[in-house]
Design a protein around this ligand. Structure first.
Ligand code: NAD
Length: 495
């Protein structure tokens, strides 16, 4: 059985006294084990990162960028193998895994521009003989705590930018999917990253708590569910760290009566059932406005029931793979009973689809959902699409005001007015117009709102660079002696 190793000071370690199982969701079988770190291992990893910090922070930004260019080439060369690892431990289809690896590589490409991104500002002669400049310094040892649903991409949202800025890093991947993170660590090691600059510790709450309270961790990046994001934010800031914590979501997809029905239905199908609904940008509530509701639900059910569902690790092509665990599959399935009991109509029931021992469940559509029902409010994080019918645009917009989240939302329409109203007024931080999953790419920030994000500076884009740096402002005054003034060519000629 493979054991995922901790990476501390450039050494891989598989020893430990406690281990957790790593499943292959396609087969339902344990495929590896992961050591669960406690405060001791965390302390060692942070000490290694701290020891490596002065050397790495002083490495010229151009050389740090060259390291990232090498890493980018490694990732491209091993993209297929990395995508297969993602599929084996997460269960998403191989094409979904390939796309997620590509999104991660783009983060490295963004980070390769660090010499330009780090440039400061200067104003000579801000006062007589006084120059002023602001430059960016690394913040120190940074930690990243990541969720199960994007085993390679979400770690790549964090550490390439942090390292490019001159920080050292400790990654704590989801204990459910540690293998992709290990592969990233191996590939970075092959690029010649100095020992201790990038470290990995595996584990759960105990390991996270040790990072959140460690006196030598300066910054925490977190992605996961809202309850834990809030906890991480509160605990981390209480211990003096800067924290960016992205949480869960419940994303609305509004469909106006003038939308292109076929294209919209295809986009909603991909948004709701792509990655088996395990995406923070998954479309989970369709909101058809007016008369388009009946034909939309009809076509969505038809399309979804035709989707093939099965194991993804055996080379077969399926439309949807398993969810992450048996418990999660059962939790997702139970929401269909919750919906029925609350008075909604289960228009398509995906339970029992897929067969085998994997954690499979087919796509489901729940119609005639009222905004107060649990399936309209809670993050299900599985292939269940709730349909809340609205009478007009205003009613559709008001739905956004009453949910705690605020990650993404989309509208499908041919009307510029409706699109503009939606863009301006819907209570979410990432907006799609005729786009089902409006997830920004590496160069733009991932701007969740409300309970979908805790902090100030978001992950990705220039905000990421700002998160991983602190500014220093220098005022300089040089007095000229009388003799120097007399020598100055400008003053001498009086020009
Ligand atoms: P999770 O919150 O259960 O776990 C995330 C991380 O927190 C893991 O590394 C886990 O080990 C750790 N953790 C779990 N329980 C903890 C506790 N009690 N104390 C301290 N640490 C703990 O999330 P998940 O199930 O792995 O991932 C799915 C969630 O992530 C969904 O809610 C999804 O919406 C969210 N997500 C959000 C974004 C975003 O950008 N907003 C992106 C991807 C996923």
């Amino acid at each position: 059985m493979i054991t995922a190793g901790h990476l501390i000071a450039g050494q891989w370690r598989t020893a430990g006294d406690r281990f957790g199982p790593v499943f292959n969701p396609s087969t339902g079988k344990e495929q590896a084990r992961v050591p669960m770190a406690g405060p001791e291992e965390v302390d060692e990893a942070v000490a290694a990162a701290r020891a490596a910090l002065p050397g790495w922070a002083e490495t010229p930004a151009v050389e740090r960028a060259q390291m990232l260019f090498r890493f980018r080439e490694k990732l491209v060369a091993h993209a297929e193998d990395l995508a297969r690892t993602v599929t084996r431990e997460h269960g998403k289809t191989i094409s979904e895994s390939r796309a997620s690896v590509q999104r991660g590589i783009e983060m490295v490409e963004f980070a390769c521009g660090i010499p330009s991104l780090l440039m400061g500002q200067v104003l000579p002669n801000i006062a007589s003989n006084v120059d002023c400049e602001t430059v960016r310094h690394p913040v120190g040892v940074c930690a990243g705590i990541t969720p199960f649903n994007f085993p390679a991409m979400v770690p790549l949202w964090m550490f390439p930018v942090a390292l490019a800025c001159g920080n050292t890093f400790v990654l704590k991947p989801s204990e459910k999917v540690p293998l992709s993170a290990v592969r990233l660590g191996e590939l970075l090691g092959e690029c010649g990253i100095p020992a201790g600059v990038f470290n990995i510790v595996h584990g759960g709450k105990e390991c996270v708590d040790a990072l959140l309270t460690h006196p030598h961790v300066a910054a925490i990046s977190f992605v996961g569910s809202t309850a834990i994001a809030k906890y991480v934010y509160e605990m981390g800031t209480k211990h003096g760290k800067r924290v960016q914590a992205a949480g869960g979501a419940k994303n609305h997809l509004i469909v106006m009566p003038d939308a292109d029905l076929e294209q919209t239905a295809r986009a909603i199908q991909a948004a709701a059932f792509g990655c088996a609904g395990e995406r923070c940008m998954a479309g989970s509530v369709a909101v058809p406005v007016g008369k388009i509701a009946d034909p939309l639900v009809e076509i969505l059910c038809r399309q979804a029931s035709a989707m093939s569902v099965g194991p993804t690790d055996n080379g077969a092509t399926v439309d949807m793979g398993p969810v992450i665990s048996r418990e999660h599959r059962d939790k997702v399935a139970a929401y269909l009973d919750v919906a029925k009991n609350e008075g909604a109509t289960v228009a398509l029931d995906g339970r029992g689809k897929g067969g085998g021992d994997g954690f499979l469940i087919g796509p489901s559509v729940v119609d005639k959902v009222a905004p107060a029902m649990r399936v309209a409010k809670e993050e299900i994080f599985g292939p269940v699409l709730s349909v809340v019918r609205a009478g007009d645009l205003e009613e559709a917009l008001s739905l956004g005001r009453n949910v705690p989240y605020g990650n993404g939302a989309s509208i499908f329409t041919r009307s510029g007015y409706a699109a503009r109203q939606f863009k301006h007024h819907f209570n979410a931080g990432m907006i799609g117009i005729n786009v089902g999953v409006p997830a920004p790419m590496a160069w733009f920030p991932f701007t969740g709102w409300n309970q979908s994000f805790f902090g100030d500076l978001h992950i990705q884009g220039v905000e990421g660079v700002h998160f991983y740096t602190r500014q220093k402002t220098t005022m300089t005054r040089w007095f000229a002696s009388a003799a120097e003034s007399a020598q100055d060519p400008i003053w001498k000629t009086g020009k």
